[in-house]
Design a binder for this molecule. Sequence first.
Ligand code: GRF
Length: 196
Amino acid sequence: MSDRVRTAILISGRGSNMAALAKAAEKPDFPAQINLVISNIPEAEGLQKAADMGIPVAALDHTHFNNRRTFDEEMQKHLLANNIELICCAGYMRILSPWFVSQWPDRILNIHPSLLPKYKGLNTHQRALDSGDKEHGCTVHFVNEALDDGQIIDQKTIPIAPNDTSESLAKKVLKLEYPLYSKSLYRVAKNIIASK
Ligand code: GRF
């Protein structure tokens, strides 16, 4: 059995961060491996990307479940069946149930397109512009029960240019997200290995 940290990525859409993490994890010295990608949206573009990269995928349609907890219990079965040790949310657009979060203390990461604690939730780029901010960026953090709120692992900042729009900022920030998330996963996985 490999000593790399078995990692699952949760997605809901495009999956470009997922693909960046999976690419980073292809390097032989990377301390995590991507063993499973789960989407709550069966049509998510990222599922095909993951399958094309040879990663096992699971599509769990959340509309088929009565509530958040029963959906998360199903997700948990897939994670345990694949011996997953660490979870990365990457454009996963569902709030995890407190029960699920309690099963994975310090083992769920998320990337958020703002300099947390600023702009939790949606429309982060427009909100940064509307506030007249001079800087914007992205954050990788551990997930706790509250939205976009857990301990910050790392952040990357860029200046906001006078002609920036929500779209231009989204593009610039997304480019920062890939290396930031890979670096954070590297660090967290290394720590898990060191603590074994
Ligand atoms: C990213 O901006 C991420 O920060 C946010 O949702 C977006 C997901 O994009 N949580 P992708 O699906 O990784 O392309």
